[in-house]
Design a protein around this ligand. Structure first.
Ligand code: SF4
Ligand code: SF4
Length: 320
């Protein structure tokens, strides 16, 4: 049996919604097939009031072994570093986190906010929010860079706004079945199995990207979203087009640009007016190019691509 405790800080509950929609495996599968004992969760926990406090103290005192501590949302430090703006079970949430992270075998941050602060940690950050072990790309958030859970692993980050449901449940299964050692983490502590490739890997619009066939409207069934609508698929580490959402689709397949939500810089350009869903350019060249491509090569490639584009590249590719 693997005891799991899920706590929530400065959050919109989006990752909880995502978790409850998991399919491979489902939340029920975690309990019935993989021996996960859900000690408590904000939407599923049965304990309230004094009973909940008692359970949390028993985890701290070692009477209940805490195998996995999952955290969703930011660590709220306001006002003035006290954390009083986010109280839970009669204490600032940050105090529970600081103590429980010392007794947990594994600590898992689910979603951008818990991983690196997400939208709440954007300037001016009135809630003094930070991620569990990162503040944006800087290692060392609420828990210091050196933090290691009892298992010896740092905080495992499963970013996304929200994280894909199956990324969450599959990592929990890997822990519950003692297979987490097989999963390498990248330098941002993301499991490489989900975050080694780019959103673009598996996107149905790759051929349009290659021929520089652009679309300028959402929901169109042709054209690539990179050139005009600001798609960040070629610069964002995620498996959204390999492990589809609801098993059927992804943002880019549906004609919506990738916003880069699995990267610490999300939201890019601090949501300044005119920067969302619009490709930022300098002298006609996108400011952010696909990872590993330099400006000179891009300019050369795009001239050739445009010139060689066959007429069918602008056809509706879903026509039946
Ligand atoms: S829509 Fe986005 S992810 Fe898909 S090919 Fe174009 S740039 Fe890449
Ligand atoms: S397609 Fe991009 S913005 Fe959408 S969930 Fe995946 S990484 Fe995030």
């Amino acid at each position: 049996m693997t005891n799991l405790l899920w706590l929530q800080g400065g959050a919109c509950s989006g990752n909880t919604m995502s978790f409850l929609n998991a399919e491979e495996p489902t939340v029920c599968d975690l309990v019935t097939d993989f021996g996960i004992n859900l000690l408590w969760h904000p939407s599923l926990g049965l304990e309230l009031g004094t009973n909940l406090q008692t359970m949390l103290w028993e985890c701290l005192l070692g009477k209940i072994p805490l195998d996995i501590l999952v955290f969703e949302g930011t660590v709220v430090n306001a006002p003035n570093g006290t954390g009083e703006w986010n109280r839970f079970a009669d204490r600032p949430m940050k105090d529970w986190l600081s103590d429980l992270s010392q007794v947990a075998n594994y600590v898992v941050a689910v979603g951008d906010c818990a991983s690196w602060g997400g939208i709440p940690a954007m300037s001016p950050n009135p809630t003094q929010s930070e991620g569990l072990q990162f503040l944006k790309r800087k290692e060392g958030g609420f828990l210091k860079k050196e933090f290691r859970a009892k298992s010896g692993l740092p905080v495992i980050n499963i970013p996304g706004c929200p994280a894909h449901p199956d990324w969450i449940t599959q990592i929990l299964v890997a822990i519950a079945t003692n297979r987490i050692g097989d999963i390498a983490l990248d330098d941002l502590h993301r499991p490489q199995t989900f975050f080694n490739t780019y959103t673009q890997t598996g996107c149905t619009r790759n051929i349009h990207f290659a021929y520089k066939a652009s679309t300028t409207e959402f929901g169109q069934r042709k054209g690539c979203l990179f050139y005009d609508l600001g798609c960040r698929g070629p610069m964002t580490r995620s498996s959204c087009n390999r492990i589809l959402w609801n098993r059927v689709s992804s943002k880019t397949r549906a004609g919506m640009p990738c916003l880069g939500c699995t990267e610490p810089e999300f939201p890019f350009y601090d949501l300044k007016p005119g920067t969302v869903f619009k490709t930022q350019t300098v002298m006609g060249v996108p400011k952010d190019l696909p990872t590993g491509v330099n400006k000179k090569d891009y300019a050369l490639l795009s001239i050739v691509a445009k010139d060689t584009m066959p007429p069918w590249a602008e056809d509706d590719f879903f026509t039946v």
